[in-house]
Design a protein around this ligand. Sequence first.
Ligand code: KG4
Ligand code: ZN
Length: 340
Amino acid sequence: MRVLGIETSCDETGVAVYGDDGLLAHAIYSQIEIHAQYGGVVPELASRDHVRKTLPLIRQVLDEASLPATLIDGVAFTAGPGLIGALLVGAALGRSLAWGWGKPAIGVHHMEGHLLAPLIEKPAPAFPFIALLVSGGHTQLVDVTGIGRYRILGESLDDAAGEAFDKTAKILGLPYPGGPELATLAEQGDPRRFRFPRPMTDRPGLDFSFSGLKTFALNTLHQELPDAADQSQTRADIARAFEEAVVDTLVIKCRRALRETGHRRLILAGGVSANRRLRERMDAAIAAEGGETFYPRPVFCTDNGAMIAFAGWQRLRVGQCDPLSFKPRARWPLEDLTAV
Ligand code: KG4
Ligand code: ZN
C-alpha cells in the first residue's frame, strides 16, 4: 500500500509518500521567512501559505517518486492538534483528493506522527519503549506498548521545551525560530559561568515546568549586561547555561521513566530532539544504564510529511479510515487514539 501524507499543522508544509518498501519521496517547505519579520507564527498567514504551497508540493513529490496519482492507495493528513486554519487546509485538500481518487483517507494525530518517526529509521526500535516528545507545543513522556497504545507518564505544566528555547532565544535577541539559533550560540558558551535550576527534578514524578527558565535567563541578562565587557560572550554563556538546564532536566526525567516502567528503549522525537547536545548527553546517560536510544534523522525531528504518511500507512493498511465528514481538531489528547 502507498500512502500520501500531508502535514500543515503549523508553519511547515510537508508532503511524502510511504509504501510497503519504505519512504518513496518527501518534501518540506518552511514558512520561516514569512513569520520571521513578526517574531513568531502568524496563524492566518500560515493558513494562506499552506493554500499556496500544498498542491504544488504534492505534485512535486509524486513526480519525484515517478508515481501517477492512480498508484496512491490512501491519503493521510494531519488532523490535529495544531492551528485550526492551517489544519483545515491540509485536511480539506487531503480528504478531497482521496474522495476524487476513490481511495480511503485518515486524519493523523500530529504527535503520533512525531512519536512514530523513529520507526521510519533503521534499526527501528521494538515495542515497548518510552517516548520523549519535545516539540514547540508539547513536552510529554509516553509509555508506548504498540501503535495507538499510549499512556502519558508526564508532561509540561507550562511551556513546552521548544517554546522555552524559542522564548529564551527572543530574550537573547536571536531571530525566529529561536531554538536552533540558541543551540548554535550555546556552542560558544562557557558551561561553568552560570548555573540555571533543573525544574521539578528534586521531587518525584515525571512532569516538567520550563517557564521559569526564560525568567531566569532574563534576570541573568539584566544583572550581567550593564557591566559585561564582552556582551556577545555573556549571551552565549547564558544560552549554554539554559541549554544545559533543559538537557539535564530531560535526561533526569527520561532515566526516571525507564526505571519506573522497566523499559530499556527510549525514543526522542519532535523539533528539540534535533538538538545535538541533548542527543550526546541522552545517549551517554541511557547507555550507562544499559538502555538504548533512538531518534529520527534531524529533518524528520521537526514537522514533516514523512511522519504523517508513515503513521497514516500504519492505520490505513489495517483498514482504519475516516468518513468524508471528518473534522480537524485544534486540541486532541494523544491517549484518545485507538490501538492498531
Ligand atoms: O516538532 P516541531 O517542528 O513543531 C511542533 O510540533 O511544535 O518543533 C519545533 C520546535 C521549535 O520550538 C524549535 O525552536 C525547536 O523545535 N527546535 C530546536 C532545535 N531545532 C528545532 N530546539 C533546540 N535545538 C534545536 N536544534
Ligand atoms: Zn510538530
